[in-house]
Design a protein around this ligand. Structure first.
Ligand SMILES: NC(=O)c1ccc[n+]([C@@H]2O[C@H](COP(=O)([O-])OP(=O)(O)OC[C@H]3O[C@@H](n4cnc5c(N)ncnc54)[C@H](OP(=O)(O)O)[C@@H]3O)[C@@H](O)[C@H]2O)c1
Length: 348
């Protein structure tokens, strides 16, 4: 079967007669590695009452999968050994026994790293029906775009001319935070781990300043580029970057703790400098954010992101591998910074 639709860029996809799955087979000590997963083939499941069968086209690779593969539950339960790896995906409905879901429609939801998933409506994050390329429903309108928009606007309370610092500045979430901060009239500084990504931040994502946190003296560059302090720090890394930036926050600054990409494992708890005095004396607000708590606002956020995207005000890059065999090593690749945009795997 072939897809069509120029604006939506729906790729040709097949309807295979078996279901390839990527299962978690080892409990990773830190970042999940290729050998922690195994590919297997099973039969195609049948949807029960109120369920549908979706043929996945794009599998999503997200930093959150590291947490889902661990033993301890954080904000969601761990994936059990032998289970299909939990993952977001974009797929097409091939059979439906759910009254609200029609065959042939495209959905973005929690469908796992596999060709086919039986699911019910609560597994859907968004109907992939906007006039944008299909894969952008997992990037611009997926977890990265929704997180950037909802966390930055909802917890950052940006005001024009404020100074914003973004870590993982060239990544899927960070690149969109940087652009939304610019659209909000802020002065925006980005931190990323490679010189080529620094250039991208400046040329493609509109950052005013950008630095390689691996080579720059962070305290010095933050002093220089934010002389009046940082008003909003959108932090995706934690660790040394947070410990340094917190000492450059302006009084009344807001820290949005969105990710902790620099911390490989939480057990035993990593040790670092004490920061409570910085929070107290600078009167900081330090907020944690989990995008799935904000499901009720996904449509509103998606509408705004699509408006900006179609008006050419925001860009969203994707990095698409081809073939399900890329899935086992994909989380490790993400944490080593190899991705250039939202990491996806085309398996259609
Ligand atoms: N709270 C939520 O609801 C939510 C939702 C989505 C994402 N997030 C978080 O947002 C962050 C970014 O996610 P994403 O999907 O946009 O991924 P991404 O930024 O596209 O890719 C992950 C990036 O993390 C950076 N990184 C890896 N190891 C690092 C280290 N030791 N120190 C500093 N940076 C490191 C790398 O960029 P560099 O090359 O620049 O180092 C890598 O490219 C993650 O922490 C993720 O957990 C949170």
């Amino acid at each position: 079967m072939a897809g069509s639709g120029e604006v939506r860029n729906i790729p040709a996809y097949t309807i295979p007669s078996a279901n390839r799955q990527v299962a978690l087979v080892n409990r990773p000590g830190g970042i999940p590695q290729r050998e922690d997963f195994a590919l297997r083939k099973t039969s195609i499941p049948e949807p029960g009452p109120d369920q549908f069968l979706v043929r996945n086209i794009y599998l999503s690779v997200d930093p959150a999968q590291r947490g889902w593969a661990q033993t301890e539950a954080n904000y969601s339960n761990p994936v059990q050994i032998g289970e299909v790896m939990r993952a977001l995906a974009i797929g097409v409905v091939v059979k439906s026994r759910a009254s609200t879901i029609r065959e042939g429609e495209f959905l973005y939801g929690s469908f796992g790293w596999q060709d086919y998933a039986v699911a019910d409506s609560p597994k859907i994050l968004l109907r992939a029906e906007y006039p944008i390329p299909l894969e952008q429903h997992a990037a611009l309108l997926g977890i990265p775009g929704l997180t950037a928009y909802l966390a930055f606007t909802g917890l950052g309370h940006p005001k024009p001319s404020e100074t914003v610092l973004v870590s993982t500045a060239a990544g899927a979430v960070g690149s969109m935070v940087g652009q939304i901060a610019k659209l909000s009239g802020c002065h925006v500084i980005g931190l990323t781990g490679e010189d080529a990504k620094v250039t991208k931040c400046l040329t493609d994502f509109g950052y005013d300043r950008a630095f390689n946190y691996r080579s720059a003296d962070l305290g010095v560059v933050l002093d220089e580029s934010a002389p009046n302090g940082i008003n909003i720090f959108f932090d995706n890394t934690g660790g040394m970057i947070l410990d340094t930036a917190i000492r450059n926050m302006a009084v009344g600054g807001r820290i949005i703790q969105c990710g902790t990409a620099s911390i490989a494992a939480w057990s035993p708890p990593p040790i670092g400098p004490r920061n409570e005095r910085e929070i107290l004396t600078r009167r900081l607000i330090w907020s944690g954010f989990i995008v799935l708590d904000h499901f009720a606002r996904f449509q509103e956020a998606a509408a705004k992101l699509v408006e900006w995207y179609l008006a050419g005000k925001i860009r969203c890059e994707t990095d698409i591998a081809n073939g399900i065999e890329h899935a086992p090593g994909a989380i490790a690749a993400l944490y080593s910074g190899q991705n250039r945009g939202k990491s996806l795997i085309f398996i259609g």
